[in-house]
Design a protein around this ligand. Structure first.
Ligand code: ZN
Length: 279
């Protein structure tokens, strides 16, 4: 069933778990992620990111996700990842998304507050949820990159000031996490995460979930992370499946192999996020 991010994060808060937000880049990935969520009987967030939008697929993927979500027995959220403008937020909401992220981290702090507030007004008018971001997420994904001149770790005073002005449904924070695949072990600032969690009631989001080891994921969840984004690993799994069967030269043999890899990966992530183990 289609639902909002606010609903699924309240569920995660109650259970002290995290909900995966998987990026969807085509219809087969939507099918695979929903299959994994249904087999694990767990809520899932389908995120449409900037690469898919650049590829002209915002409304298409939104519509596709909506048709499948409405038929699904598990709670499904359709989410805009790293929304770049109010224009994009409006387009997503008009396309039936139930959740939007506004990424105002490139703006001065006051303007980040302002655009987050405006996003909240647009989203609330149609009953959708909002994710905002503080601090910067390292690395590059879908042309979202970090400006080296800005401090990248979230500051507790900014979280306090932000929460005073805007009440969003989820807050993405930079604690040393990065988009793409990590070179070596990620260097996550758990002390900072714990401090933010102590002063904020807003569910926290960890971007750059691809390649973070299981024990670090468990620790992050224990310190209040309630949504974890996985994009790169999903795309890699899909491509791995297609490549495995490329010799067959057969459309469905390749397509099904791509789907099988995505289902297996999504199930592994869901089990980790909901139980804290990889079995
Ligand atoms: Zn991200």
């Amino acid at each position: 069933m289609l639902t909002t991010m606010k609903e699924v994060l309240a569920f995660a808060e109650e259970k002290k778990t995290a909900i995966p937000a998987f990026n969807i880049d085509n219809m087969e990935i939507v099918q695979s992620i929903l299959k994994a969520a249904e087999e694990e009987n767990y809520p899932v967030i389908l995120a449409v990111g900037q690469a898919a939008i650049k590829d002209g697929k915002l409304a298409l993927l939104g519509a596709c996700a909506r048709v499948m979500a409405e038929k699904s027995p598990v709670p499904v959220v359709i989410h805009l990842d790293h929304g770049q403008s109010l224009e994009q937020v409006r387009l997503a909401l008009d396309s039936g998304f139930t959740s939007v992220m506004i990424d105002g981290t490139k703006l001065p702090f006051e303007e980040n507050i302002k655009i987050s507030k405006e996003t909240l007004e647009l989203a609330n008018a149609v009953g959708a949820s909002v994710e905002a971001e503080l601090g910067c997420i390292l690395g590059v994904e879908d042309d979202i990159s970090h400006d080296d001149n800005k401090p990248f770790l979230v500051r507790t005073e900014d979280v306090l000031a932000f929460n005073k002005e805007v009440t969003v449904d989820a807050l993405a924070i930079g604690i040393g996490n990065a988009h793409g695949i990590y070179k070596g072990l990620p260097n996550l600032d758990f002390q900072r995460l714990s401090e933010v969690n102590d002063i904020s009631n807003v569910p926290l989001v960890l971007h750059g979930g691809s390649g973070i080891p299981a024990d670090m994921i468990q620790k992050a969840i224990s310190l209040g992370i309630r949504k974890i984004n996985v994009a790169t690993e999903i795309r890699m799994a899909y491509v791995k499946g297609l490549t495995k069967e490329v010799e067959s030269g057969d459309f469905y043999t390749m397509s099904n192999a791509g789907k099988a890899e995505v289902i297996a990966l999504a199930k592994e992530k869901i089990r980790l996020f909901k139980n804290g183990n990889v079995q």
